[in-house]
Design a protein around this ligand. Sequence first.
Ligand code: COA
Length: 707
Amino acid sequence: MIRYEAGGGIAVITIDNPPVNALGSGVLEAIEAGIARGLADPSVQAVVLIGAGETFAAGVDINIFTTMTTREQSLALSDAFHASLKNIEGASKPVVVALHGNALGGGLELAMSCHYRIALSSARVGQPEILLGLIPGAGGTQRLPRLCGVPLALDLCIDGKPVGAPRAHAAGIVDQLVDGDRDALLAGAVAFARARAKAGGIRRTRDLSIAPADVNAALDACDDRRAQLGKTATPLLAPYAAVDAIKAAVTLPFDAGSARERELFADCLVSTESRALVHLFFAEREAAKVPGVPKGTPARDIRRAAIVGAGTMGGGIAMTYANAGIPVLLKDMDDAALRRGMATIRRNYDASVAKGRMTADALERAMGLITPTTSYDGFDAVDIVVEAVFEDLALKISTFGDLGRVTRHDCVLASNTSTLDIDALAHASGRSSNVIGHHFFSPANVMKLLEIVRGRDTGPETIATSQKLAKRLGKVGVVVGNCFGFVANRMLLQYLRESYLLLEEGATVAAIDRVMTGFGMPVGPFGMEDIAGLDVGARIREHLRAGGAGTAWPESAIANRLVEMGRFGQKTGAGWYRYESGSRTPLVDPLIDTLASEVSAQRGIARRAVPDEEVLARLTTALANEGARVLEEGYASRAGDIDVIYCYGFGFPRYRGGPMFYADTVGLPTVLARIREYRERFGDYWKPAPLLEQLVGAGRGFYRLKE
Ligand code: COA
C-alpha cells in the first residue's frame, strides 16, 4: 500500500493502492508512519510523497462512506482524517508532495496538509465531494481558501469541477510546475525538497490566514454564493454546507473552523441525497460490467462511421460522432432531406458557437467530418453503421437487409430504434452477431445516455465495442435486453399512462408537470411529450394497438385527439400546451381541460381535485413497479442499471438516486401497499410485480439500504 525508500537525505513515500490510489482504510495511517520514520532518521532532511502508477490519489475510498450508518460514526471518521492530516502538517522536516494524474477530494486535502506541492502540468486538482452530496471532510474547506482565496475555493467545492495544475499554480494551490513524466516529477520534487531543507523553515497551510483587508470581500463572496444557491430549484444540503464551512475558514481560527467543517460533513454524509449520489457513483461503474462479456473481451476500433437517416436523431448522432473526431457518412433518400439535415446540424453548431461553447474553428472541423450522401458508396469502409430511419419496422428491416450487403463482415450494425425488435433487424441483416441497438436520447448530441440493446445473438465483441465507443462519444452506455421499449421507454410508457389517467380524473396538465418538476425532473410528462412530439407517442400507441408488444396497453383519447388536430407539440406551436411563435415557453391551454372533461364524461369518470401527493405517488410508483418487472424478466441486469438509465436518459434527479433507489427510500412495503390500493381503485393494470412482493416478503429493498 505504501513504499518507503530513503537515500541522499530524502525519504520518498509512494502510495501504491491501485487503481486510483484511493485513501482506503489504513492508507493515511501508513503515510503518517512513513513520515514518522523519516523524521526519526537523522540522515533524512525532507520527505517526498508521490503516487504510484498513473495518478496521485482520487480521494478517500468512497466505499468507506457507505459503511457510515450514524452521524456519530461520520463525525468520528472526519475526526480521524483531521487528526492524521494535522499530524502530517505538524512534521518538523519539510514534506513535499508530488502530484500527477488526479489529486481529488481527500487526495487534495492530503496534498494541502503537506508543506509544499509540486505538480506535473498535466495534473488536475479538485474537491468533487459535492457530486457525492458531501463537502470536503478532511480540512479541505479550511486549507483551500487559505491557499487560493475564497472565490476559487467556493467554485471548487460547490461546482465540483477539477482545475488543471497551471490554474492551481496561478491560484497558489501548487507551488511549482514540472513538465514531462512521473520520473521528471519525482526528480523535481526531490530537488525541491533538498532546497527547502537547505533553506530551513516550514510553511504550513493552517498558519496562513486571509488578509484582514480581504475579509469583507471574502464574506461577500460567501453571501453572494448563498444567494445564488437560493435561486436554484432544489435546496440541497451540501452546497449550503460548503458555503458555511468556507465562511468558517474566514471567521474562525483554524481549529474552530475545522470543527465546524466536521459537523457539516457529518450532516451531509448521513443525508439521503448523499446516499443516493454515492449509490449512483457505484451503479454507474457497475453498469460497465456486463454478464457474459468478460473483462478483456476484444473491442473493435471505430475509425469511420455511417449514419442512415438525416432526421433529428440521425443528425444529432452524426454530431456526436463528429464531436468525438470520428468521420461520418450521413445518408438519406434524397438531396432535399440531406440539405435539411445538414442545415439543422449547422444551425445547432452555430447556436453552440453563439453561446461560447464551441469555437468557429471547431465548428468547421466538426462539419468537415460529416459527409452527406444519398448512396451506400463508402459503406464498405466504415466500422459501424447507425440506422436512424423513421420508426417503422418494415422500413428498418429493409434497411438492415441493405446494410448486410453493403458493409464489411466485421462492421457493427446498430439501430437507434427506441422500441422495435432488434432480433428482427438482426435476422434481416444476415449478420446477427454484429447487430445491436444503440438507443440515443433526444437531443442525441446532448443527452448522456446510450441504451445498448443486446439481441438474442449479439456477440460479446459487438457489446464490448459498443461500450468502449459509448465512452469515446462521451456517453454513459448501459446494456439492456430486447423487449418492447427496452428499459427506458418501457418504464416511461407506464409513467405516461398514469399521467394520462390523472388528467382524466381531474388533475391538470400544468399541475402534474409542476409536481414532477418540483420533485426534481427537468420537465414534467406533458412538457416532455411536447418536446419529443405527440406524433411519436401516437405511433407507438398505434403499434401497441396492432399487437406489436403483445401486451394490452391503455390508450389516451385526449392525446389521440390532439394528434388528430395536428397538435404535435413544440414543433407545431401547440400540443399539451400552446406556444407563441418562436418561443418555447409553455402556455396553459384551456382546450385541454375541455377535452379532458369530455373524455372523463364518456368514460364515466367523476372528476375531482387530485392532491399533489397522489400525483407524485402514482407516477413514481408506476416507475418502480415496471422497473421491478423489467428486473425480474432480466431485461436489466441490476436495479442500479435502471437508476443510471433514468438519471441520464430522462433527468431523474440524481440526488434521489433513480426510481429504484427512490422506491427504497419511500420503503417497498409502502410502495406495495400503494399498488394494492390503486388496484382496488383503478383496476387490474395496477398488478404488483412479483419481485416487489418477494422483496417485501423477505424484508428487503432493491438495495440493501443502510439505516
Ligand atoms: N474511492 C473508491 N474507488 C474509487 C474512487 C474512490 N475515491 N475513485 C475511483 N474509484 C474506483 C472506481 O469505482 C473504479 O472501480 P472499478 O474499476 O472497480 O469499477 C475505478 O476506481 C476506476 O474509476 P473510473 O471512474 O472508472 O475511472 P476513470 O478513469 O473514468 O475516472 C476518476 C477516474 C478518479 C476521475 C473518477 O474515478 C472519480 O471521479 N473518482 C471519484 C473522485 C472523488 O469523488 N473523490 C472524492 C472522494 S473524497
